[in-house]
Design a protein around this ligand. Structure first.
Ligand code: PMP
Length: 390
């Protein structure tokens, strides 16, 4: 699915995508290349040198339950959450994973109830992130199985509910919906960062998942982390990672620690240092994109977008609106909007993959600028000429 023609190539010194007016654009994945210009501006600040004799051991921290976690990364994660104020980390267990994707699977393993006659049901309120269903059922585990929309879940017994907040695909702020004693919760907080949403309080849930991919945009490093309250759950998650990949790349962990350190520095010396605060930059960029998108969708007879509340953001000290990573575009009932957009050379992801109707579509707003502008042009062109299935 990765289209090399649309990637920013090392052999392309202008760093332009060089899209032509009839290039097909892929807005299906939330590939966070939007932040690349910021990191380019950081120049050598994040550059690391790793020699051939470095980082050879499997082990990072033998005394720690998560023995493959580099202490520098653990410290950077805790400092970052303290700086942003988006999660409680004191007296919590911190784990690293190969993306939060691996940690999600580790969490399913850790909280499902073995030994029962039934597999534990895994639910999430629709519209839900499409990968949960695919990842849950991929290996047909004997421990758990996907049971779909949490709003429609009425089975007795143990269950696991995933709460994604802000939500992928629609950017809404969420709480658990089933609320029964036998339930275990996994909170996926991939987008709980100031560039996407107001930070209203430090999150404090049993299992919280975060990712380097969406916080700073470094999806290629494949670093995610979990903050866990319960020691038994944390140890089981670490065991899952030990058995699936014997730990997580040290090169990636150290690079993540270095980059998170630069982000923290930019937050602490905001307004005085020569490093621009990454989150302020991201917030401005996302807000500009949303303004442009809203202007196109406004007065539209065809498309609609969700409305987001304005809330106090403790990080920025301002009232701000959410600027989600995806546009959750709606058309009138029964319109196959994904097909319409594809006919207009835009690959997006249709509502059915998220457990709702095909009148919805998810569009990534994290693409490089040139692609985003082409997307807006094409969307306005559809509005002008009306819907056609050419
Ligand atoms: N959770 C959510 C809600 C996501 O949107 C994504 C990435 N699209 C992930 C998890 C996976 O993140 P990672 O790159 O860390 O595996």
């Amino acid at each position: 699915a990765y289209d090399s023609k649309n990637s920013i190539s090392a052999n392309n010194p202008t760093k332009k995508l060089l899209l032509s007016p009839d290039s097909f654009i892929n807005l299906d994945h939330g590939d966070p290349t939007i932040f690349q210009p910021y990191w380019r501006k950081m120049g050598e600040r994040c550059t690391m040198e790793i020699s051939g004799s470095d980082l050879m051991s499997y082990f990072s921290d033998v005394g720690n339950f998560c023995w493959f976690l580099e202490p520098q990364l653990r410290d950077a994660i805790k400092r970052l959450h303290r700086t942003v104020g988006n999660a409680v980390t004191e007296d919590r267990y911190v784990l690293v994973g190969t993306g939060s994707t691996q940690l999600f699977q580790a969490a399913l393993y850790a909280v499902s109830s073995p030994g029962g006659s039934d597999r534990t049901s895994v639910v999430c309120a629709a519209p839900y992130y499409s990968s949960y269903k695919e990842e849950t059922d991929f290996l047909q585990s004997g421990l758990y199985k996907w049971a779909g929309d949490a709003y429609a879940f009425d089975k007795e017994g143990p269950y696991i509910e995933i709460v994604t907040s802000p939500n992928n695909p629609d950017g809404s702020i969420r709480e658990a919906v089933v609320n029964r004693e036998e339930g275990k919760l996994i909170h996926d907080l991939a987008y709980y960062w100031p560039q996407y949403t107001p930070i209203t309080r430090p999150a404090d849930y049993d299992i919280m998942l975060f990712t380097f991919s969406k916080s700073t945009g470094h999806a290629g490093s494949r670093i995610g982390w979990a903050i866990v309250k319960d020691e038994v759950v944390a140890r089981k998650m670490a065991k899952f990672i030990e058995l699936s990949s014997i730990g997580v790349s040290k090169e990636s962990q150290l690079r993540a620690a270095k980059i998170l350190g630069v982000v923290i520095e930019g937050c602490q010396h905001f307004g005085t240092a020569d490093i621009e605060n990454f989150f302020e930059y991201g917030q401005r960029l996302m807000s500009e994109r949303w303004e442009k998108l809203k202007a196109v969708v406004k007065n539209s007879q065809i498309f609609g977008l969700p409305k987001y509340p304005i809330e106090w953001c403790s990080f920025t000290g301002k009232y701000i609106e959410s600027h989600p990573a995806f546009a959750w575009l709606k058309c009138k009932e029964d319109t196959d909007i994904e097909t319409i957009l594809r006919a207009n050379k835009m690959q997006t992801r249709g509502g059915e993959r998220f457990g709702v109707g095909r009148e919805y579509v998810r569009i990534s707003l994290l693409s490089p600028e040139e692609m985003f502008n082409l997307f807006l042009e094409r969307l306005s062109a559809i509005e002008e000429k009306g819907i056609t299935y050419e």
